[in-house]
Design a protein around this ligand. Structure first.
Ligand SMILES: Cc1cc2nc3c(=O)[nH]c(=O)nc-3n(C[C@H](O)[C@H](O)[C@H](O)COP(=O)(O)O)c2cc1C
Length: 328
């Protein structure tokens, strides 16, 4: 699987509508779901939680939990639904997540994590990967991280996604935990040197092509979160510069290609704003961007897509903005 550029799992962001939209812009990035808790997969409406459009592939399911049995079940269920990879979340620092013993606090329990991963791998035939941080609280020395990865590697897991900042458990809000602990890319580069046969994907703060190109000289892949969500057409630049794919739809073509999807989804009861909210940043940095945002905020809550109106606003953007260029 090509993990050169991945779009990060993001709660309330990377749902199936966002992924469908991003896939129209980029054929080559690997997409991740939001974290889905293994208990919810076991007890909840599996179809509602896990079903996706085949166009979204390649697609990884991120799960959260620490029950060996439930995580193994979740991995198998994910495989049955057609996901290409199962990723275990070992990086989320929120208090709620800690209370339920999953996410970053599991860095304290490498043996339990290893048992979970072993059973997850036994229960499915697709790759099982992990996403973690470089450390937590005062545990931020390289040797601790190396030791953690060494224990997990024994299970046969070969792909490690590392958010290059530590997690402050219980002290910071989730937002602070995404911004305050400093990014330490060197630690991730060092990990790649020490685990040269494994796939190391670096995450955190990446928002330009030159950064991606630089990281890719030192690690196997990069994972991009907020930059891809807030400025989705960044993926067009990535297609061009990283994957040498110049066959990319313009921003307005992307929206046009959403029409059949919007029609189908709204006819099944999806609200228009559940889909269109993800497109707010599509014209980011373009002259027509404010028009697009205004249009969406005015019209997003109507039940059915008024395609004529969408066409009208897009014509406006085409005529007044630089909507088809590749710039962000
Ligand atoms: C709104 C939001 C939701 C997130 N949800 C998840 C999640 O469900 N699972 C996860 O592993 N990380 C989650 N993260 C962290 C991202 O995957 C990523 O590690 C982080 O944003 C750093 O990358 P970036 O600087 O490119 O955004 C979330 C981040 C944001 C901003």
């Amino acid at each position: 699987m090509n993990r050169k550029v991945c779009v990060a799992p993001m709660m309330d962001c990377t749902d199936r509508h966002e992924r469908f939209f991003l896939r129209l812009i980029s054929k080559n990035v690997l997409l991740y779901t939001e974290m889905i808790v293994s208990e919810a997969i076991s007890r909840g409406d599996k179809k509602k939680l896990l079903a996706f459009n085949l166009n979204e592939k390649p697609l990884a399911l991120q799960v959260g939990g620490s029950s060996i049995k439930l995580l193994a079940e979740a991995a198998k269920t994910g495989e049955d639904f057609g996901y290409d990879e199962i990723n275990l979340n070992l990086g989320c620092p929120s208090r709620k997540v800690q209370k339920n013993k999953f996410g970053a606090c599991l860095m304290k329990e490498p043996n339990l994590v290893a048992d979970c991963l072993t059973e997850m791998m036994n229960s499915c035939n697709i790759p099982v990967t992990i996403k973690t941080r470089i450390g937590y609280d005062d545990v931020e020395d390289y040797e601790s991280l190396k030791n953690f990865i060494k224990i997990l590697k024994k299970t046969g897991v070969k792909t490690f996604i590392i958010h290059a900042r530590k997690a402050m458990l219980g002290k910071f809000t989730p937002k602070q935990n995404l911004n305050i602990p400093p990014l330490k890319y060197d630690i991730v580069y060092k990990l790649k040197k020490d685990f040269s046969n494994d796939v190391i994907v670096l995450n955190g703060g990446i928002d330009s092509i030159s950064q991606i190109q630089n990281h890719l000289t030192k690690v196997d892949g990069v994972m991009i979160g907020r930059a891809a969500y807030h400025s989705p057409y960044f993926l067009a630049e990535i297609e061009k510069e990283i994957f040498n794919n110049y066959n990319i739809p313009s921003r307005t073509e992307v929206i046009e290609r959403m029409f059949p999807y919007i029609k189908e989804e709204t006819s099944k009861g999806t609200r228009l704003n559940q889909i269109m909210r993800h497109t707010i940043g599509l014209f980011h940095g373009q002259k027509g961007s404010a028009d697009w945002k205004r249009y969406l905020s005015k019209n997003m809550c109507i039940r059915e897509a008024d395609l004529q109106k969408v066409n009208h606003i897009m014509d406006h953007i085409k005529n007044n903005g630089n909507a088809t260029s590749l710039g962000r």
